[in-house]
Write a protein that binds this ligand. Structure first.
Ligand code: 13P
Ligand code: SF4
Length: 308
């Protein structure tokens, strides 16, 4: 069976849209109607008139699409495609933490569960985090969760004190400073660009720090330069496709894995076959309890309104 043709046929027949993150395998990115960062994907999910949203990303992303579209079917190629960052913030413990600091406004990074979003005042993504934090009055104390690295980056950039939850992304914490410096010695004219989920010592080496879309935009605007790219290696597909003449090297991970770079095994659980199957079977679906959905919608909507 020609899976490409079959996916296209099913998409038309079922009025489905395929939304994919830049960390997905190349063939999924290539067939998607839209490939983007977390903000772009939630904006697309908010405005789609499709009946079925096939979310080629991880669970919290599909869940956000469902929160925005309770009447639509949202499918995820592999329901086990989770996120270490989302998992690092259990709702019971987080609720205790917020209750211990009732005067604090709660800002959470979109990489968290619907239950955490339901305990949140305003959501942010890596592309609008500085803007969202800067929109809060200066004398207002803030809790930021779950990513301590993004939180520390925001503190350094804005000068705001924030109480940080101690969560992190296993992929962005896998970069090896020693190997990165060795690589930079080998390629001294390459500039380092990094995602803010990376640790501070990695970010300190970077010429540009931003979301996946921000990193792609930066390379697009500097196509004559050469780059070491410190984020999940899937992003290189879009960069190489759009900027085939720009020299790009993925930042090295601490432990050697198959490609000696950082890959998110959650993102890679989605395969092209599973993408086809979930569209065909309209399963597995992502659902959110209605009471939680209603509470989680408000902080997402606040973020979308502030990001127009
Ligand atoms: P962005 O694509 O929004 O930068 O997020 C990166 C990420 O880790 C998604 O899980
Ligand atoms: Fe989660 Fe990190 Fe994978 Fe993104 S790259 S989905 S933050 S584990």
């Amino acid at each position: 069976m020609d899976l490409v043709k079959e996916i296209q046929r099913l998409k038309k027949e079922k009025n489905a849209v395929i939304l994919a993150h830049y960390y997905q395998v190349p063939e999924i990115q290539d067939i998607a109607d839209y490939v983007g960062d977390s903000l772009g994907l939630s904006q697309k999910a908010a405005e789609t008139d499709a009946d079925i949203i096939v979310f080629a990303g991880v669970h919290f992303m599909a869940e956000t699409a469902k929160i925005l579209n309770p009447g639509k079917t949202v499918v995820l190629p592999d329901l086990d495609a989770g996120c270490s960052l989302a998992d690092s913030c259990p709702p019971d413990e987080f609720e205790k933490f917020t209750k211990a600091h009732p005067d604090h406004i709660v800002i959470t990074y979109v990489n968290c569960s619907a239950e955490i979003k339901a305990l949140t005042d305003i959501v942010c993504t890596s592309s609008n985090a500085l803007k969202i934090v800067n929109s809060i009055p200066k004398d207002q104390p803030i809790i930021f969760a779950p990513d301590r690295n993004l939180g520390q980056y925001i503190i350094n950039e804005t000068g705001r004190e924030m109480l940080l939850w101690d969560g992190s992304c296993i992929v962005h914490e896998a970069f090896s400073m020693e190997k990165l410096l060795d690589l930079h010695k080998k390629y001294p004219d390459y500039k380092i660009i990094a995602h803010p989920e990376s640790e501070t010592h990695i970010l300190n080496t970077a010429t540009y720090i931003g979301s996946t879309s921000g990193m792609i935009d930066y390379v697009r605007q500097h196509q004559d330069e050469k780059f070491i790219v410190a984020t999940e290696a899937g992003i290189l597909h879009k960069m190489k496709e759009e900027m085939p003449n720009t020299e790009l090297v993925p930042a090295p991970a601490k432990e050697d894995n198959t490609c000696a770079c950082s890959e998110c095994h959650f993102m890679k659980m989605n395969t092209f076959q599973k993408l086809h199957d979930c569209l065909l079977n309209e399963s597995p679906q992502v659902d959110v309890d209605e009471a939680i959905r209603e509470r989680a919608l408000l902080p997402i909507q606040r973020m979308l309104d502030l990001s127009k």
